[in-house]
Write a protein that binds this ligand. Sequence first.
Ligand code: NDP
Length: 337
Amino acid sequence: STRIVLASRPDGAPTTDNFRLEVVSLPELSEGQVLIRVIYLSLDPYMRGRMSTAESYADPVEIDEVMVGGTVGQVVESRHPEFPAGDYVLAYAGWQSHAVVDGRHLRKLDPAAAPLSTAVGVLGMPGFTAYSGLLKIGQPKAGETVVVAAASGPVGSAVGQIAKVKGARAVGIAGGPEKCAYVLEKLGFDAVVDHRAPDFAEQLRAAVPDGIDVYFENVGGAVAAAVLPLLNLYARVPVCGLIAQYNDTAAPEGPDRLPGFFSRVLVKSLTIRGFIQSEFVPEMFADFQRDVAAWIAEGRFAYREDFVEGIENAPSAFIGLLEGRNFGKLVVRVGEE
Ligand code: NDP
């Protein structure tokens, strides 16, 4: 098996030196296990957290251990009755070409029902993050304004499109003209603002003439600072991710924004609620799959994937994800379908 391990912990933005490619042999199968060959490896922002020892909701990857990650694969050898050789499965096999995994942690995939890669994208974890966080915490109502950044990515694109299905006005924030055009034209958002524009805060204000009722927080940093004064009375803020801050090594320069933030929370009666999508899986995953599959079939829901070839290119692709170099759900093609 070819695999990528964590070689060292990053200080600030990760570099390719933080990763190491290895070729190893795999253990024999025990009862209940299967050997899978990985076809698609999902690269996601949360992996930055796993590279670090900072406190998080999950343990870090240890040095010299395989980087974690969601994968789509095919069973090659099986000692589990429910997953015979040939089956396609969703697993958490990590950054490697082959893996021995416990059958208890697998979900069977039907390649005829949807493209296999969507199991780690629009019909998988990122799509579900948008669905659960927006509907459970954001609770958009018809006519309200929903704002989301990283709007061309798998979470943000789904947030805006679900907001539209619910009759709300969707305003996206994205980096650069190409992504902005996609968000407006292909995803059907009502407006989009480029966060790299020098007058971003003014453009955002102009794009939300009725203020903001739901801010789905994907990025933090300067985007969040521009959003805060625009939040309406009783606005809801599902706090999903803070990607603009993941590589920070120190608090930002400048005045302490915390008193101003809490003052806003008080005077506008804001609801700010962090979440990790897994919290809502038992309650909502089946509804999510049914709804999003139907919306795609009805042509009301678009998605975009950004494929990178070869596991050896996973580190540089992941580093690019944190800088916005991906365009769509970032997936590494590790093997043929
Ligand atoms: P994306 O594929 O959208 O990739 C991240 C995007 O973030 C980049 O492409 C870039 O887009 C944008 N970005 C990066 N830096 C900045 C910045 N400084 N300011 C503004 N935008 C920036 O990622 P996902 O859709 O997979 O994830 C989106 C967010 O959701 C992340 O914060 C992630 O951690 C979080 N998440 C949380 C989960 C949970 O359970 N709570 C589960 C899954 C994801 P652009 O070029 O447009 O700026």
